[in-house]
Write a protein that binds this ligand. Structure first.
Ligand SMILES: CC(C)(COP(=O)(O)OP(=O)(O)OC[C@H]1O[C@@H](n2cnc3c(N)ncnc32)[C@H](O)[C@@H]1OP(=O)(O)O)[C@@H](O)C(=O)NCCC(=O)NCCS
Length: 339
């Protein structure tokens, strides 16, 4: 994992918007988050730092990596994706680089893709990454406070390799989506939607006959370039889908919640994690939460929490680890691992 140095407490954010430490902690559990250096770090450079550690711990070199799967919603460029920027920065061979756009579920989606490539024997060393630089794209005025207090920056990476051992590694992955609620948590612009999908206008495009559609001065003036979220609607759906997709993973492997040694839930909101824990009847030592220190780092949250739990000795060989996530799309996913 790589966490940028700059720490912003809730009180620091209160310098920019009408909010309070009490409000943020009570609703989300977040105490502070880290923000990347504004011009010195990008989503890809943070990913490179995490990837270096993962590759070193796997006992290989960047040239041994034969495929990259990179999950992010805050890419360095609109296109090309971060995968190729990382391939270039790490001087890797001319390998495939796939970018995944599944927001908070991004890392588990990415892991699932890598898992299939490993299981078919296609690749031997896959770098799977989740990285986000949210701090560059949020509205830190009072207008955007329901979104901007939640998110933080960081990166997490794993190297996935084949094993000959039965009943070890990734046992199964489970992916879902429901586009019915796509606009509930979304950043609409820049985009090609042309106000097609909703009765309400999502963007004030220029009135051009051709081209000139992605961005207009008016869109920036009206803050249409920031993410939108109906927080309570996200919360309601998350507390249903999180337990559902965890139970699905357990059932697929003939297991029960009590068999989980460590649940790594996507760090959306501490209240959501606590609800899931209670619903599954898990003890505190069976769940790892760190949103208090990092905020919601979207695609990076699961690998950061996984890495931290492992570094703290909370995950040991042979443990049953469950990864689960829910987010924008909506998409949700789980993975069951025998460590
Ligand atoms: C975002 C979230 C913390 C908001 O908490 P909530 O209790 O649902 O709050 P609401 O959005 O209903 O807003 C309640 C009030 O607090 C205000 N408010 C919103 N953000 C605030 C902030 N940062 N500081 C202070 N007040 C704030 C609202 O304006 C509203 O005021 P009003 O009652 O005068 O209109 C909560 O809904 C949540 O965590 N949802 C899930 C979001 C999530 O997980 N997103 C990531 C997806 S993976």
């Amino acid at each position: 994992m790589y966490i940028p140095d700059n720490v912003y407490s809730n009180n620091d954010l209160a310098r920019y918007m009408d909010t309070s430490d009490e409000w943020i902690q009570e609703r989300t559990g977040i105490k502070e988050r880290h923000f990347a250096s504004r011009t010195g770090e990008t989503t890809t450079t943070m990913a490179v730092e995490a990837a270096k550690i993962a590759i070193e711990r796997a006992g290989i070199s960047p040239q041994d990596i034969d495929f990259i799967v990179f999950a992010t919603l805050s890419p360095d460029y609109y296109f090309p994706g971060c995968g190729v920027l990382l391939q270039r920065a790490m001087k890797m061979k001319e390998i495939g680089a796939l970018d995944v756009r599944n927001q908070c579920s991004g890392f588990i989606y990415a892991l699932s893709v890598a898992d299939q490539f490993i299981k078919t024997g296609m690749y031997k060393n896959i770098l799977v990454i989740g990285s986000e630089k949210h701090s560059f794209g949020l509205d830190f005025s009072t207008r955007g406070r329901n979104v901007s207090v939640i998110f933080g920056d960081g990166a997490g990476a794993v190297v996935l390799q084949p094993t000959e051992q039965e009943n070890q590694g990734i046992l199964s992955t489970h992916l879902h989506s429901d586009g019915e609620s796509a606009e509930i948590l979304a950043m609409f612009n820049p985009g090609t939607h042309a106000n097609h999908w909703t009765p309400t206008k999502l963007a004030d495009f220029n009135d051009a006959e051709i081209g000139d559609m992605f961005m207009s001065d008016k869109m920036v003036e009206k803050a249409q370039n920031f993410p939108n979220m109906d927080g309570p609607a996200v919360f309601k759906k998350a507390v249903v889908k999180f337990p559902e997709v965890i139970m699905e993973a357990l059932a697929a492997n003939g297991l029960e919640p009590k068999d989980i040694d460590m649940l790594i839930p996507h760090q959306a909101n501490l209240r959501i994690s606590q609800y899931v824990q209670q619903k599954l009847g898990l003890r505190d030592d069976q769940v790892h939460n760190n949103i208090q220190q990092y905020g919601n780092t979207t695609a990076a949250s699961v690998p950061i929490a996984l890495c931290e739990a492992w570094q703290q000795g909370k995950i040991k060989e042979g443990d049953l680890v469950c990864l689960a996530a829910f987010g924008s799309g909506f998409t949700w996913a789980s993975a069951l691992l025998k460590w």
